[in-house]
Design a protein around this ligand. Structure first.
Ligand SMILES: Nc1ncnc2c1ncn2[C@@H]1O[C@H](COP(=O)(O)OP(=O)(O)O)[C@@H](O)[C@H]1O
Ligand SMILES: NC(=O)OP(=O)(O)O
Length: 319
């Protein structure tokens, strides 16, 4: 399908950049974080980019699920299944991003429409990921609290990249963006689309052609990469908390990476430089995009996107 002549970027925003820590889970904090991110995305739009926005939902979907579980326990209210929690998180985060981006564009006198698409993403019901939960959701816990929750509530918990312990759920690989044609049509019409939120709501094909939701949380970097591949995006950007990806991250011999090829990235993965569940899927998502014909991928923090696009910073990954 022919897309509009402006260059198109798919940008994936980290769930952890929208709820920074346990102390910032309130809606006003989430609103403020969304506002800051939208300011930087508006810079890109002002610079002439067509933008499709994917976002994470780990902290948010875990919070929504826990609210439902506690409400069920205390008030005997019906529990919300995880796929529906994912849909709720798309609505919540989509609303915060959509409103803030509209406000920012209005302030800059840019007349462009913004729309959030509730997006389903097809996964394989036999994906082995269903047997091995890996996607961290919700807030951070101490090791003691996490182990208690595992014992009392049957949670699977892991230590999350040196930041504390978290509950984990299954994270199957995204196979197909169900609403792809709608998303393409909106981009073609010049609409800024917020989509594949939380990696998309995971659905499986029941076998009779019907889709049905399944309890999981898809990795938003992989889902956003799939979207970037499907719409032939000119660039795939992952916006996260760090300005650059590092070798020997957090160690005295840490070295920031300005640019790496796919071959180099694969070598660094083998050498164990990128933490599982945080930086590793981001680098892998960039590799998938580039191996499918993408031109360039960028990993940087929201406030550095503008500078990075001018070639001044960020980690660039190229074929
Ligand atoms: N090699 C690395 N280079 C840079 N950051 C790394 C590396 N390995 C792990 N990280 C961590 O990964 C984090 C990004 O992952 P995460 O917080 O899960 O992303 P998201 O923004 O999608 O929520 C960084 O903020 C950093 O703490
Ligand atoms: N769904 C997802 O990948 O969320 P995070 O970015 O919060 O991990």
């Amino acid at each position: 399908m022919k897309m509009s002549r402006k260059k198109t970027a798919v940008i994936a925003i980290g769930g952890n950049s929208l709820i920074k820590d346990n102390a910032h889970q309130k809606i006003e904090d989430q609103y403020q974080a969304a506002k800051e991110t939208c300011y930087h995305i508006a810079d890109m739009i002002e610079a002439g980019w067509n933008v499709a926005i994917g976002h994470g939902n780990g902290p948010q979907v875990g919070l929504i699920l826990r609210q439902s579980e506690v409400a069920a326990k205390v008030e005997h209210l019906p529990e919300t299944p995880l796929d529906v929690c994912g849909a709720e998180s798309q609505g919540l985060i989509g609303y915060l991003l959509q409103q803030n981006l509209q406000n920012e564009l209005f302030r800059r006198k840019i007349h462009q429409n913004v729309a959030t698409v509730i997006t389903q993403v097809l996964v394989d019901k036999n994906d082995p990921a269903f047997q091995h939960p890996t996607k961290p959701i919700g807030g951070f816990m101490t090791e003691e609290e996490a182990k208690r929750k595992a014992e009392e509530l049957g949670w699977t918990v892991v230590e999350d990249a040196g930041r504390g312990w978290r509950r984990v759920v299954a994270s199957p690989d995204p196979k197909e963006v169900v609403e792809l044609d709608t998303i393409k049509a909106l981009i073609e019409a010049g609409v800024i689309v917020i989509t594949v939120g939380g990696g998309g709501i995971p659905v499986i094909d029941k076998g009779d052609g019907d889709y049905v939701g399944i309890a999981a949380v898809i990795d938003k970097d992989f889902a956003s990469s799939l979207l970037a591949q499907e719409i032939n995006a000119d660039i795939f950007i992952i916006s996260t908390a760090v300005e650059k990806v590092a070798l020997n991250y957090g160690k005295p011999n840490e070295k920031l990476i300005d640019r790496m090829t796919v071959a180099e990235a694969k070598q660094y993965i083998q050498e164990g430089h990128f933490a599982k569940g945080s930086m590793l899927p981001k680098v892998q998502a960039c590799i998938r995009y580039l191996e499918a014909g993408g031109k360039e991928a960028l990993i940087t923090s929201p406030e550095n996107i503008g500078r990075a696009l001018r070639g001044e910073t960020g980690t660039w990954i190229v074929p």
